[in-house]
Write a protein that binds this ligand. Structure first.
Ligand code: HEM
Length: 402
């Protein structure tokens, strides 16, 4: 039966779409690839259109007006409007250049053995537990440990960071109750105070940084004579922690879920662990942790078969693009050796994920080691999905490893 998507509205999606959006995304791509939502915005599901939007210099990420209406003047407003992700050039270019200094291949190479050590320690704990929740006991801890280490955040603060991250990102939902706004504002304030102290301390003691720490590169890095201000440093460090948190957690949970759902591919990876590199690309394609993005058209934009006028609010389906049969033959087939695989889970263009290399290294080490060490991995109860359309992942995933 052909699914009729003529009345589909991204602002009114239900649990079925969250559980499995692909039947609807395939139907949209075939029947209405530039789909108009009830509020006038459009939803794009074709790979070529999504890539075109991301690669156009005329598509805007600035959310000053939108967040001004939503938050008013408050810590959340200051945070989100100072983060590079919600800004356009020239501010975006400067901040991105300065932050990139902390994510150079040299820094990441230095960091790889440290990730190895962090993963080994976490896997020892998994082995001791035997039965555990994959998300809470492993996947969620990993990114916080790694980015906290990179920013030099002491151990005693790390458990709190996860709650801050959820409170700050939770305020980005379309409708936010008053208590959630208050929690988000409190999180920005408390987190800012911690970072303010750490940055001031590192500024005064630049040589005290541990191996692998990048905070000093962020503080002292220069682009055309400009350095990040204390406020820009604080807000962008908060953003770095948040950006890598939910997404990396979901990458790990989704990947092991895919292997359990496809025992043949699981066996292939067990038999040949060198496949982990292409397997990570396929995990990210089939179950992209961030599924929907958005941009405001700053100029008219020509897509495959229409022109969207300046001022159009565009939703990009990263999940839809990553299953477009025009780009990926048999797009619903999960194949850990798929080649070529130009998946866009990290998007493309000027806002391409700054943590993509780090995330890939984390994925290869964490998922690769998990699979090798626990070949008897089994699910012991139902998985619970994150109840969101934008982020795809699990909130609970009970497993046993022996
Ligand atoms: C599997 C894990 C990850 C996925 C799927 C992911 C995905 C994305 C996506 C789709 C964007 C673009 C958002 C937009 O402009 O609309 C983005 C931006 C960004 N990500 Fe990631 N990310 C991941 C991990 C990380 C990590 C580990 C870090 C760093 C610690 C990070 C740092 C950033 C930053 C700084 C940006 C903003 C770049 C800019 O605006 O120029 N991400 N990410």
């Amino acid at each position: 039966m052909v699914l009729d998507v003529s009345r589909f509205d991204l602002n009114a999606i239900g649990a079925d779409f969250i559980e499995n959006p692909h039947p609807v995304l395939h139907a949209l791509r075939a029947q209405s690839p530039v789909h108009r939502n009830s509020d006038g915005s459009v939803y794009l599901t074709r790979y070529a259109d999504v890539v075109k939007v991301y690669q156009s210099r005329d598509m805007l990420s600035d959310k000053t007006v939108e967040f001004g209406k939503k938050f008013g003047q408050c810590p959340l407003y200051k945070h989100h409007t100072t983060s590079l992700i919600f800004n356009d050039p020239p501010y975006h270019t400067v901040v991105r250049k300065l932050i990139s200094g902390a994510f150079t291949p040299r820094k990441l190479a230095e960091f790889e053995p440290l990730i190895d050590g962090i993963v080994d320690r976490l896997l020892d704990r998994v082995e001791e537990m035997g039965q555990l929740d994959l998300i809470n006991d492993f996947a969620k801890v990993l990114p916080t440990e790694i980015i906290s280490f990179m920013l030099g955040i002491p151990e005693e603060y790390r458990a709190r960071l996860r709650d801050y991250s959820i409170a700050i990102l939770g305020a980005l939902d379309p409708v936010v109750p008053k208590e959630r706004l208050e929690a988000g504002n409190r999180a920005v304030e408390e987190f800012s105070e911690i970072l303010d102290d750490l940055i001031t301390h590192r500024r005064a003691n630049p040589d005290g940084a541990a191996q692998g720490e990048v905070l000093e590169a962020l503080i002292f890095g220069e682009h055309e004579g400009r350095r990040l201000t204390q406020e820009e440093l604080i807000q962008n460090c908060i953003f770095l922690l948040n950006a890598g948190h939910e997404t990396t957690t979901s990458m790990v949970g989704n990947s092991l879920g895919l292997l359990l759902d496809h025992p043949g591919e699981h066996r292939r990876l067990l038999a040949d662990p060198t496949l982990i590199g292409s397997a990570v690309e396929e995990f990210l394609r089939v179950e992209s942790p961030l599924q929907i993005g958005n941009r405001l058209a700053g100029e008219d934009i020509e897509l495959e078969d229409c022109v969207l006028p300046k001022g159009t609010y565009i939703h990009t389906s990263i999940a839809g693009a990553n299953r477009d049969p025009a780009q990926f033959p048999e797009p619903d087939r999960f194949d850990i050796t798929r080649k070529p695989n130009r998946q866009i889970a990290f998007i493309t263009g000027i806002h391409v994920c700054l943590g993509a290399t780090l995330a890939r290294v984390e994925g290869k080490i964490a998922i690769g080691k998990f699979v090798e060490r626990f070949p008897k991995l089994a699910q012991t109860g139902p998985r619970t999905r994150l109840p969101l359309a934008r982020f795809r992942g699990y909130t609970a995933f009970p497993i046993s490893v022996r």
